[in-house]
Design a protein around this ligand. Structure first.
Ligand SMILES: Nc1ncnc2c1ncn2[C@@H]1O[C@H](COP(=O)(O)OP(=O)(O)OP(=O)(O)O)[C@@H](O)[C@H]1O
Ligand SMILES: [Mg+2]
Length: 202
């Protein structure tokens, strides 16, 4: 049963502005979603590295990694995907509220899940659709999952047994079929530059 009588304390001594001034940046949640193998983790890592070299502080919340810890008790049913997104959203929100540029890479296959994430994170939410066709992802088959899914060995496999709803209006769309990793990472950084630069001059 959920706890009651919880009193949330906010910023007793330090507020968000203090953290952002220290870091010389503004917090943001860059929510990257798309099919397995579309390039979410690859792009998040490339963009993070570029930002690190510029002196920015970043965190990656990678769906796969979180599923071995924070979300270890969750599977891929609709209910568990919802809880997965809720937990990642709440975690990302805390990081952004402390001035950290936070990349999330989670498949997030449905509009309702994206809406949930946006609702939790609020105005720090920047959604990036990482686009590659099912066929292209199956061709890459980075983790061997598409071959397994084709044999019926993976229940609820996204794009096959479980639907992926193509977004109507993401903040940014990155097509990874006809581009290099460096190109899409640069496009992502161009798009978020104004949102992560400090509000006050450094
Ligand atoms: N323009 C591109 N952007 C990103 N990845 C690309 C691009 N072109 C080719 N790739 C390749 O596509 C693959 C993407 O795999 P990656 O693990 O990043 O996918 P993912 O979306 O994180 O999948 P999962 O949901 O299973 O974690 C990599 O092997 C990467 O090298
Ligand atoms: Mg990944």
């Amino acid at each position: 049963m959920a706890a009651t009588n919880i009193h949330t304390e906010f910023h007793r001594f330090l507020n968000r502005q203090d953290k952002e001034t220290l870091l010389g940046q503004r917090g943001l949640v860059i929510w990257m979603y798309g099919l397995s193998g579309s390039g979410k983790s690859t792009i998040a890592n490339a963009a993070e590295r570029a930002l690190h070299e510029e002196g920015r502080f970043t965190v990656i919340l990678d769906g796969d990694n979180l599923r071995s810890g924070l979300n270890a008790n969750l599977g891929f049913s609709d209910e568990d995907r919802l809880e997965n997104v809720r937990r990642v959203s709440e975690t990302a929100k805390v990081f952004a509220a402390n001035g950290i540029i936070t990349f999330v890479s989670v498949i997030t296959p449905r509009a309702a899940l994206r809406g949930l994430a946006r609702g939790i994170v609020g105005e720090d939410f920047f959604e990036v659709y990482v686009q590659a066709s099912f066929e292209a992802c199956a061709q890459r088959d980075v983790k061997g999952l598409y071959a397994k899914a084709a044999k019926g060995e993976i229940p609820n496999f996204t794009g096959r047994d479980s639907s992926f709803e193509v977004p109507e209006k993401p903040d940014l769309l990155l097509d990874t079929e006809s581009t290099t990793v460096a190109e899409v990472a640069a496009a992502l950084l161009d798009a978020v530059r104004g949102r992560i630069s400090p509000a006050i001059p450094e």
